[in-house]
Design a protein around this ligand. Structure first.
Ligand code: CA
Length: 372
Protein backbone atom coordinates (compact mmCIF):
# COMPACT_ATOMS: atom_id res chain seq x y z
CA UNK A 1 0.00 0.00 0.00
CA UNK A 2 1.25 3.44 -0.92
CA UNK A 3 0.16 6.56 0.97
CA UNK A 4 0.59 9.95 -0.66
CA UNK A 5 0.26 12.76 1.89
CA UNK A 6 -0.54 16.42 1.39
CA UNK A 7 -0.78 18.94 4.21
CA UNK A 8 -1.68 22.60 4.55
CA UNK A 9 -2.34 24.89 7.48
CA UNK A 10 -3.27 28.54 7.52
CA UNK A 11 -4.07 31.17 10.12
CA UNK A 12 -7.21 32.20 8.19
CA UNK A 13 -8.49 35.75 7.65
CA UNK A 14 -9.46 36.76 11.17
CA UNK A 15 -7.42 35.08 13.90
CA UNK A 16 -4.17 36.53 15.25
CA UNK A 17 -2.41 33.20 15.77
CA UNK A 18 -2.60 29.66 14.47
CA UNK A 19 -3.60 27.31 17.28
CA UNK A 20 -3.89 24.30 14.97
CA UNK A 21 -1.12 21.72 14.69
CA UNK A 22 -0.60 18.74 12.42
CA UNK A 23 1.54 15.64 12.30
CA UNK A 24 2.70 13.97 9.10
CA UNK A 25 5.13 11.26 10.22
CA UNK A 26 4.20 8.21 8.13
CA UNK A 27 2.50 5.96 9.02
CA UNK A 28 1.14 8.40 11.63
CA UNK A 29 -0.96 11.43 10.71
CA UNK A 30 -2.90 13.86 12.91
CA UNK A 31 -4.66 17.20 13.21
CA UNK A 32 -5.14 19.06 16.51
CA UNK A 33 -7.07 22.28 17.10
CA UNK A 34 -6.05 24.02 20.31
CA UNK A 35 -8.08 26.38 22.43
CA UNK A 36 -7.32 28.63 25.39
CA UNK A 37 -6.28 32.25 25.69
CA UNK A 38 -2.84 33.68 24.89
CA UNK A 39 -0.50 30.89 23.79
CA UNK A 40 -2.63 28.18 25.44
CA UNK A 41 -4.18 26.76 22.28
CA UNK A 42 -0.87 26.55 20.45
CA UNK A 43 0.82 24.89 23.41
CA UNK A 44 -2.02 22.38 23.84
CA UNK A 45 -2.20 21.23 20.22
CA UNK A 46 1.62 21.00 19.88
CA UNK A 47 2.12 19.19 23.16
CA UNK A 48 -0.64 16.70 22.34
CA UNK A 49 0.90 15.80 18.98
CA UNK A 50 4.44 15.63 20.38
CA UNK A 51 3.25 13.23 23.07
CA UNK A 52 1.41 10.99 20.59
CA UNK A 53 4.40 10.88 18.27
CA UNK A 54 6.88 10.19 21.04
CA UNK A 55 4.83 7.30 22.42
CA UNK A 56 4.36 5.89 18.94
CA UNK A 57 8.12 6.02 18.28
CA UNK A 58 8.75 4.22 21.54
CA UNK A 59 6.26 1.56 20.50
CA UNK A 60 4.39 1.72 23.79
CA UNK A 61 0.67 0.86 23.92
CA UNK A 62 -2.15 1.45 21.46
CA UNK A 63 -3.00 4.64 19.57
CA UNK A 64 -5.83 5.32 22.03
CA UNK A 65 -3.33 5.01 24.88
CA UNK A 66 -1.07 7.53 23.15
CA UNK A 67 -4.02 9.91 22.97
CA UNK A 68 -4.85 9.36 26.64
CA UNK A 69 -1.19 10.09 27.48
CA UNK A 70 -1.44 13.28 25.42
CA UNK A 71 -4.53 14.21 27.43
CA UNK A 72 -2.61 13.81 30.70
CA UNK A 73 0.37 15.78 29.37
CA UNK A 74 -1.82 18.73 28.34
CA UNK A 75 -3.87 18.57 31.53
CA UNK A 76 -0.79 18.50 33.77
CA UNK A 77 0.84 21.40 31.92
CA UNK A 78 -2.35 23.43 32.21
CA UNK A 79 -2.48 22.77 35.97
CA UNK A 80 1.23 23.56 36.47
CA UNK A 81 1.45 26.71 34.38
CA UNK A 82 -1.06 29.48 35.12
CA UNK A 83 -0.23 31.14 31.79
CA UNK A 84 -1.90 28.27 29.94
CA UNK A 85 -4.50 27.34 32.57
CA UNK A 86 -7.68 25.94 31.05
CA UNK A 87 -6.13 25.16 27.67
CA UNK A 88 -7.28 22.14 25.67
CA UNK A 89 -7.24 20.71 22.19
CA UNK A 90 -9.03 18.43 19.79
CA UNK A 91 -7.10 15.52 18.31
CA UNK A 92 -7.91 13.35 15.32
CA UNK A 93 -5.15 10.91 14.47
CA UNK A 94 -4.80 8.08 11.96
CA UNK A 95 -2.29 5.26 11.83
CA UNK A 96 -2.29 4.14 8.18
CA UNK A 97 -0.56 0.84 7.46
CA UNK A 98 -1.14 -2.76 6.32
CA UNK A 99 -4.14 -1.77 4.19
CA UNK A 100 -6.11 -0.12 6.95
CA UNK A 101 -6.44 3.06 8.93
CA UNK A 102 -6.73 3.01 12.69
CA UNK A 103 -8.16 6.26 14.01
CA UNK A 104 -8.34 7.77 17.48
CA UNK A 105 -10.39 10.89 17.99
CA UNK A 106 -11.54 13.47 20.56
CA UNK A 107 -13.30 16.77 19.80
CA UNK A 108 -14.68 18.40 16.67
CA UNK A 109 -11.86 18.03 14.20
CA UNK A 110 -12.95 15.46 11.65
CA UNK A 111 -11.86 12.54 9.52
CA UNK A 112 -13.55 11.94 6.16
CA UNK A 113 -13.30 9.11 3.68
CA UNK A 114 -13.71 9.78 -0.02
CA UNK A 115 -14.48 6.47 -1.73
CA UNK A 116 -15.75 6.01 -5.26
CA UNK A 117 -16.53 9.71 -5.56
CA UNK A 118 -18.56 10.07 -2.39
CA UNK A 119 -17.44 11.70 0.82
CA UNK A 120 -18.51 10.68 4.26
CA UNK A 121 -17.56 11.79 7.75
CA UNK A 122 -16.18 8.87 9.74
CA UNK A 123 -15.61 10.56 13.09
CA UNK A 124 -18.32 11.84 15.38
CA UNK A 125 -18.19 15.47 16.56
CA UNK A 126 -17.99 15.76 20.33
CA UNK A 127 -20.08 18.89 20.42
CA UNK A 128 -23.21 19.93 22.20
CA UNK A 129 -25.05 20.44 18.90
CA UNK A 130 -24.07 16.97 17.63
CA UNK A 131 -25.57 15.54 20.81
CA UNK A 132 -28.72 17.63 20.32
CA UNK A 133 -29.00 16.30 16.76
CA UNK A 134 -28.64 12.73 18.08
CA UNK A 135 -31.40 13.39 20.59
CA UNK A 136 -33.60 14.71 17.78
CA UNK A 137 -33.82 18.17 19.39
CA UNK A 138 -32.49 20.01 16.35
CA UNK A 139 -31.78 19.05 12.75
CA UNK A 140 -28.32 18.79 11.19
CA UNK A 141 -29.10 22.00 9.26
CA UNK A 142 -30.02 23.85 12.46
CA UNK A 143 -26.79 22.57 14.04
CA UNK A 144 -24.75 24.25 11.26
CA UNK A 145 -25.93 27.71 12.32
CA UNK A 146 -26.47 27.08 16.04
CA UNK A 147 -24.95 29.84 18.24
CA UNK A 148 -23.25 27.22 20.43
CA UNK A 149 -22.00 25.01 17.63
CA UNK A 150 -18.42 25.35 18.87
CA UNK A 151 -19.14 24.11 22.39
CA UNK A 152 -17.26 20.84 22.87
CA UNK A 153 -18.55 18.06 25.08
CA UNK A 154 -15.15 16.38 25.02
CA UNK A 155 -11.65 17.79 24.56
CA UNK A 156 -8.10 16.81 25.35
CA UNK A 157 -6.43 18.31 28.41
CA UNK A 158 -9.43 19.74 30.23
CA UNK A 159 -9.90 16.75 32.58
CA UNK A 160 -7.44 14.22 34.02
CA UNK A 161 -9.02 11.44 31.93
CA UNK A 162 -10.77 11.38 28.58
CA UNK A 163 -12.83 8.92 26.54
CA UNK A 164 -11.22 8.29 23.16
CA UNK A 165 -13.21 7.16 20.12
CA UNK A 166 -11.44 4.50 18.07
CA UNK A 167 -12.22 3.44 14.52
CA UNK A 168 -10.78 0.79 12.26
CA UNK A 169 -11.18 1.33 8.54
CA UNK A 170 -10.20 -1.11 5.79
CA UNK A 171 -8.70 0.86 2.87
CA UNK A 172 -9.15 0.33 -0.86
CA UNK A 173 -7.13 1.41 -3.86
CA UNK A 174 -8.11 4.99 -4.73
CA UNK A 175 -9.45 5.91 -1.27
CA UNK A 176 -8.72 9.40 0.04
CA UNK A 177 -8.61 10.15 3.75
CA UNK A 178 -9.01 13.72 4.97
CA UNK A 179 -8.20 14.92 8.48
CA UNK A 180 -9.19 18.53 9.15
CA UNK A 181 -9.88 21.15 11.80
CA UNK A 182 -13.27 22.86 12.00
CA UNK A 183 -11.79 25.91 10.29
CA UNK A 184 -12.38 23.95 7.07
CA UNK A 185 -15.75 22.38 7.83
CA UNK A 186 -17.35 25.53 9.27
CA UNK A 187 -16.51 27.40 6.05
CA UNK A 188 -16.84 24.86 3.25
CA UNK A 189 -19.73 22.42 2.68
CA UNK A 190 -19.17 18.69 2.36
CA UNK A 191 -20.31 18.90 -1.28
CA UNK A 192 -17.55 21.45 -1.92
CA UNK A 193 -14.95 19.34 -0.09
CA UNK A 194 -15.99 16.32 -2.16
CA UNK A 195 -15.75 18.30 -5.40
CA UNK A 196 -12.31 19.71 -4.53
CA UNK A 197 -10.92 16.28 -3.58
CA UNK A 198 -12.30 14.84 -6.82
CA UNK A 199 -10.85 17.67 -8.91
CA UNK A 200 -7.38 17.45 -7.36
CA UNK A 201 -5.89 13.96 -7.59
CA UNK A 202 -2.54 15.07 -6.15
CA UNK A 203 -2.81 15.12 -2.34
CA UNK A 204 -0.78 18.31 -1.80
CA UNK A 205 -2.77 20.14 -4.46
CA UNK A 206 -6.02 19.02 -2.83
CA UNK A 207 -4.80 20.22 0.60
CA UNK A 208 -3.84 23.64 -0.80
CA UNK A 209 -7.15 24.00 -2.62
CA UNK A 210 -9.18 23.11 0.48
CA UNK A 211 -7.41 25.79 2.53
CA UNK A 212 -7.88 28.34 -0.26
CA UNK A 213 -11.61 27.54 -0.40
CA UNK A 214 -11.99 28.06 3.36
CA UNK A 215 -10.15 31.38 3.15
CA UNK A 216 -12.27 32.53 0.21
CA UNK A 217 -15.40 31.67 2.22
CA UNK A 218 -14.26 34.00 5.03
CA UNK A 219 -11.57 32.04 6.88
CA UNK A 220 -12.94 32.94 10.29
CA UNK A 221 -10.81 30.28 12.00
CA UNK A 222 -7.45 28.56 11.58
CA UNK A 223 -7.61 25.93 8.84
CA UNK A 224 -5.62 22.69 8.80
CA UNK A 225 -5.98 19.73 6.44
CA UNK A 226 -4.10 16.47 5.92
CA UNK A 227 -5.05 14.65 2.70
CA UNK A 228 -3.97 11.03 2.23
CA UNK A 229 -4.22 9.28 -1.13
CA UNK A 230 -4.21 5.48 -0.91
CA UNK A 231 -3.05 3.34 -3.81
CA UNK A 232 -2.05 -0.25 -4.64
CA UNK A 233 -3.66 -1.84 -1.64
CA UNK A 234 -3.73 -5.53 -2.54
CA UNK A 235 -3.75 -6.84 1.00
CA UNK A 236 -6.98 -5.24 2.20
CA UNK A 237 -10.55 -6.53 1.86
CA UNK A 238 -13.19 -5.46 -0.61
CA UNK A 239 -16.61 -3.84 -0.62
CA UNK A 240 -18.03 -1.55 2.04
CA UNK A 241 -15.68 0.28 4.39
CA UNK A 242 -15.54 -1.64 7.65
CA UNK A 243 -15.83 1.23 10.10
CA UNK A 244 -16.18 -0.07 13.62
CA UNK A 245 -16.25 2.02 16.73
CA UNK A 246 -14.72 0.70 19.94
CA UNK A 247 -15.67 0.54 22.71
CA UNK A 248 -18.57 2.98 22.40
CA UNK A 249 -20.56 1.11 19.75
CA UNK A 250 -20.76 -2.62 19.26
CA UNK A 251 -22.85 -3.53 16.28
CA UNK A 252 -22.21 -7.25 16.75
CA UNK A 253 -24.36 -9.34 19.07
CA UNK A 254 -27.12 -6.78 18.95
CA UNK A 255 -29.93 -7.90 21.22
CA UNK A 256 -33.30 -6.26 21.81
CA UNK A 257 -33.03 -3.69 24.57
CA UNK A 258 -35.70 -3.92 27.32
CA UNK A 259 -38.04 -0.88 27.21
CA UNK A 260 -37.14 -0.04 30.80
CA UNK A 261 -33.51 0.39 29.77
CA UNK A 262 -34.49 2.55 26.80
CA UNK A 263 -36.41 4.83 29.18
CA UNK A 264 -33.43 4.92 31.53
CA UNK A 265 -31.14 5.62 28.60
CA UNK A 266 -33.34 8.47 27.41
CA UNK A 267 -33.66 9.82 30.94
CA UNK A 268 -29.88 9.76 31.36
CA UNK A 269 -29.40 11.43 27.97
CA UNK A 270 -31.89 14.20 28.84
CA UNK A 271 -30.26 14.65 32.25
CA UNK A 272 -26.81 14.82 30.62
CA UNK A 273 -28.16 17.45 28.21
CA UNK A 274 -29.69 19.51 31.02
CA UNK A 275 -26.38 19.36 32.92
CA UNK A 276 -24.44 20.22 29.74
CA UNK A 277 -26.70 23.20 28.94
CA UNK A 278 -26.39 24.30 32.59
CA UNK A 279 -22.59 24.08 32.38
CA UNK A 280 -22.55 25.99 29.09
CA UNK A 281 -24.71 28.70 30.67
CA UNK A 282 -22.43 28.82 33.71
CA UNK A 283 -19.36 28.99 31.49
CA UNK A 284 -20.81 31.85 29.45
CA UNK A 285 -21.80 33.70 32.61
CA UNK A 286 -18.35 33.18 34.14
CA UNK A 287 -16.64 34.35 30.95
CA UNK A 288 -18.28 37.73 31.44
CA UNK A 289 -17.05 38.13 35.05
CA UNK A 290 -13.74 39.79 35.96
CA UNK A 291 -11.86 40.63 39.10
CA UNK A 292 -8.43 41.70 40.29
CA UNK A 293 -6.67 39.39 42.73
CA UNK A 294 -3.28 37.92 43.55
CA UNK A 295 -1.42 35.20 41.65
CA UNK A 296 2.16 34.10 42.36
CA UNK A 297 2.61 37.09 44.71
CA UNK A 298 1.61 39.48 41.92
CA UNK A 299 -1.48 41.55 41.22
CA UNK A 300 -3.40 39.66 38.53
CA UNK A 301 -6.56 39.88 36.47
CA UNK A 302 -8.91 36.92 36.74
CA UNK A 303 -11.76 35.90 34.48
CA UNK A 304 -14.64 34.32 36.43
CA UNK A 305 -15.54 34.69 40.11
CA UNK A 306 -13.32 34.10 43.16
CA UNK A 307 -14.98 30.84 44.21
CA UNK A 308 -14.93 27.07 43.79
CA UNK A 309 -17.68 24.69 42.75
CA UNK A 310 -17.28 20.99 43.58
CA UNK A 311 -13.54 21.48 43.80
CA UNK A 312 -13.27 23.33 40.47
CA UNK A 313 -11.99 26.89 40.37
CA UNK A 314 -14.58 29.19 38.86
CA UNK A 315 -11.90 31.54 37.59
CA UNK A 316 -8.55 31.56 35.88
CA UNK A 317 -5.72 34.06 35.56
CA UNK A 318 -6.03 36.20 32.45
CA UNK A 319 -3.05 38.51 33.02
CA UNK A 320 -0.42 38.44 35.74
CA UNK A 321 1.06 41.92 36.27
CA UNK A 322 4.53 42.78 37.57
CA UNK A 323 3.11 44.56 40.62
CA UNK A 324 3.87 42.90 43.96
CA UNK A 325 0.66 41.77 45.65
CA UNK A 326 2.14 42.46 49.10
CA UNK A 327 2.89 46.11 48.32
CA UNK A 328 -0.61 46.54 46.87
CA UNK A 329 -2.15 45.07 50.01
CA UNK A 330 -0.06 47.54 52.04
CA UNK A 331 -2.42 50.23 50.75
CA UNK A 332 -5.68 50.12 52.76
CA UNK A 333 -7.71 50.54 49.56
CA UNK A 334 -6.42 47.22 48.21
CA UNK A 335 -6.25 45.17 51.42
CA UNK A 336 -9.07 43.00 50.03
CA UNK A 337 -6.92 41.92 47.09
CA UNK A 338 -6.66 38.25 48.18
CA UNK A 339 -10.47 38.04 48.20
CA UNK A 340 -10.76 39.66 44.79
CA UNK A 341 -11.70 43.20 43.78
CA UNK A 342 -14.68 43.15 41.43
CA UNK A 343 -14.41 44.65 37.96
CA UNK A 344 -17.21 45.23 35.45
CA UNK A 345 -15.14 44.19 32.43
CA UNK A 346 -11.62 43.24 31.38
CA UNK A 347 -10.97 46.90 30.55
CA UNK A 348 -12.19 47.87 34.00
CA UNK A 349 -9.88 45.26 35.57
CA UNK A 350 -6.93 46.61 33.56
CA UNK A 351 -7.83 50.12 34.76
CA UNK A 352 -7.88 48.92 38.39
CA UNK A 353 -4.41 47.39 37.94
CA UNK A 354 -3.11 50.68 36.50
CA UNK A 355 -4.77 52.57 39.38
CA UNK A 356 -2.93 50.30 41.86
CA UNK A 357 0.34 51.00 40.06
CA UNK A 358 -0.36 54.74 40.18
CA UNK A 359 -1.34 54.69 43.85
CA UNK A 360 1.81 52.73 44.74
CA UNK A 361 3.94 55.31 42.92
CA UNK A 362 2.20 58.14 44.79
CA UNK A 363 2.70 56.33 48.08
CA UNK A 364 6.40 55.80 47.32
CA UNK A 365 6.77 59.51 46.56
CA UNK A 366 5.02 60.39 49.85
CA UNK A 367 7.27 57.96 51.71
CA UNK A 368 10.38 59.51 50.17
CA UNK A 369 9.09 63.03 50.99
CA UNK A 370 8.43 62.05 54.61
CA UNK A 371 11.86 60.48 55.02
CA UNK A 372 14.50 62.71 56.59
CA1 CA B 1 -10.84 25.74 15.28
Amino acid sequence: MKVEAGVATDIGQVREGNEDSYLVEPPLYAVADGMGGHKGGEVASQLALETVEEMFREGRGSLAEHVRAANRAVFERSVDDSKVAGMGTTLTTALVEHGSAHLAHVGDSRAYLLRAGSLRQITEDHTLVARMVQLGEITAEEAEVHPHKNVLTRALGTEPDVDVDELELGLLDGDRLLLCSDGLTSMVTEQQIEAILEAAPVAQDAADRLVRAANRAGGIDNITVVVLGISETGESGTGEPSVSGRPQQSSRDRRPVPPQLIRWGLGAAVLALVVAVGLVGLRMWLDGRWYVGAANQHVAIYQGIPAELLGFDLSHVDVESDISADSAMGLPLYAALPDGINATSREDALAIVEQIRDDLRKQARLDRGAAP
